[in-house]
Design a protein around this ligand. Structure first.
Ligand SMILES: NC(=O)c1ccc[n+]([C@@H]2O[C@H](COP(=O)([O-])OP(=O)(O)OC[C@H]3O[C@@H](n4cnc5c(N)ncnc54)[C@H](O)[C@@H]3O)[C@@H](O)[C@H]2O)c1
Length: 463
């Protein structure tokens, strides 16, 4: 059996690596129009950082896993084609700022139709609006003339940072298909691939529209939880309650559960915001404006939380950060990934640069090019207001403040006593992830500002 995956991104690369790893008899080819990305997948510097990914890729690459720019060739040869291209939010035209931009999905469908000599199973892995399978089916039918393609929906639920673990032991695999004999056969062919390592009871099948919609709804629920606890964090700060204590107390209710209750500077990543906006656009489209507004408020709360964090930095640092050095530790949207898409660090750094601060960024996995590109046009490296540092100590040297923006484990063990010595006094520490030992930091002499808890300031550091 030959599989082809169109799109060698954060989902296509790891997902296909796992299938190749678990199914030695299946040949998997991942194709992309981006030559640089494919070259990186074929090198020792993979374009995606995920714990455990490199080891798996190394094991199967060149054996039954291939990365190629020959999109048409690989699609033509495959029995099953996964569409795993990006579905970003539309930037202009109807639905700009909300609807999913489906141009890459449509282009992929047209390639499949053009080069296929026989009908194939086409698997939507990209996150798409409900009923996109219908559009793909129509394009395939109108442009190929080789018979009926089966279109399946198989949304990916992996989380960046834990992608390999999530792929190895998924909570569930969801496959949506046409309710017909041919549809059932196609669903079973895909299910039998996952069944090599995923228990059958975790592979659930639904109709196409339920599967497509479930992915958007899952992300909306997850993001809603983050916005809910972040909303509570603001209330904690003004009432003297502690958001971690509240989260623990409510999380022990089995109906609520303890996961995804960590307050922070805000959620990021390529999916939550885009998928909620897309869901809310769908609601508008289907005449449900109240439902659309309900989901939109989750994104508004997230924007508010990110702004609240940077306003707090300015306010607490005597209402000005102009000319002050702020060491930003962490730029990825979460730990254990090099992905910075929609990272709260971007908004916070942009805000600080606009206020005239000197921003010194250190992230263990995000490259200098990416950081400079994300902050381009605000400060820029040339006018020296943005510095990208190779270590945390380099960033904090001569800084007035530290802002923790990603929960990288290594930040817990940094020598904050040493940092205190090389920083200007009083040194501020804004912990946007509630990651550090605040009691210890305040004893060292930092003025500590967590999320959802009162600030910790000792008398001597207040002077
Ligand atoms: N990133 C996540 O955590 C995550 C999780 C679940 C689902 N998803 C969904 O999966 C999809 C892909 O996300 P991603 O993060 O991997 O995106 P990505 O931007 O990392 O990768 C998409 C890739 O598709 C390539 N591409 C575009 N058109 C192509 C074509 N015609 N032929 C071949 N390649 C083409 C692009 O060059 C790009 O490399 C999106 O719909 C996203 O919403 C993402």
């Amino acid at each position: 059996m030959k599989l082809c995956c169109m799109g060698a991104g954060y989902v296509g690369g790891p997902t296909m690596a796992m299938i190749a790893y678990k199914c030695p008899d299946i040949q998997v080819t991942v194709v992309d129009v981006n030559e640089e990305k494919i070259a990186a997948w074929n090198s020792d510097e993979l374009p995606v950082y995920e714990p455990g990914l490199f080891e798996i890729v190394k094991d199967v690459r060149g054996v039954n896993l291939f990365f190629s720019t020959d999109v048409e060739g690989a699609v033509a040869e495959a029995d099953m084609v996964f569409v795993c291209v990006g579905t970003p939010t539309k930037k202009k035209g109807v639905g700009a700022g909300q609807a999913a931009d489906l141009q890459y999905v449509e282009a992929a469908a047209r390639v499949i139709a053009r080069v296929s000599k026989t009908p194939k199973i086409v698997v939507e892995k990209s996150t798409i609006p409900v009923r996109t399978a219908e559009a793909i089916g129509t394009i395939l039918k109108a442009n190929s003339g080789v018979g009926k393609f089966q279109v399946l929906s198989n949304p990916e639920f992996l989380a960046e940072g834990t992608a390999i673990r999530d792929l190895l032991e998924p909570d569930r695999v969801l496959i949506g298909g046409e309710r017909s004999r041919e549809g059932d056969v196609a669903v079973e062919r895909l299910a039998s691939i996952y069944a090599r390592w995923v228990p059958r009871e975790k592979i659930i099948t639904t109709n196409l529209w339920s599967s497509e919609l479930s992915k958007l709804v899952a992300n909306a629920f997850l993001a809603q939880r983050v916005s809910s606890i972040n909303a509570v964090s603001a209330l904690c700060e003004v009432t003297g309650a502690d958001v971690d204590e509240v989260a623990r107390a409510i999380g022990m209710d089995s109906r609520i559960g303890p996961k995804f209750l960590r307050a922070s500077v805000g959620f990021g990543g390529s999916c939550f915001q885009k998928d909620i906006l897309n869901l809310s656009y769908l609601c508008e489209h289907f005449g449900l404006p109240m439902v659309a507004r309900y989901w939109q408020s989750v994104v508004h709360m997230n924007d508010w939380q990110k702004n609240r964090f940077r306003h707090k930095i300015v306010r607490e640092m005597f209402n000005t950060v102009a000319g002050k050095r702020v060491a930003v530790l962490g730029f990825a949207f979460k730990k254990d990934t090099n992905d910075t898409r929609e990272s709260p660090a971007i908004d916070v750094c942009r805000g600080l640069l606009e206020e005239g601060a000197v921003v010194a960024v250190y992230d263990p996995k995000v490259s200098r090019e990416v950081i400079v590109r994300e902050l381009d046009g605000v400060g820029g490296e040339r006018d020296l207001s943005l510095e990208v540092c190779g270590s945390a100590i380099e960033a904090v040297q001569g800084a007035h403040a530290i802002a923790i923006l990603t929960e990288w484990d290594e930040f817990r063990g940094l020598p904050y006593e040493e940092f205190y010595k090389v920083m200007l006094k009083p040194p501020f520490l804004f912990d946007g992830r509630n990651l550090l030992d605040h009691e210890r930091l305040v004893k060292i002499g930092f003025r500590v500002y967590p999320i959802g808890k009162p600030p910790l300031i000792l008398e001597q550091s207040a002077n």
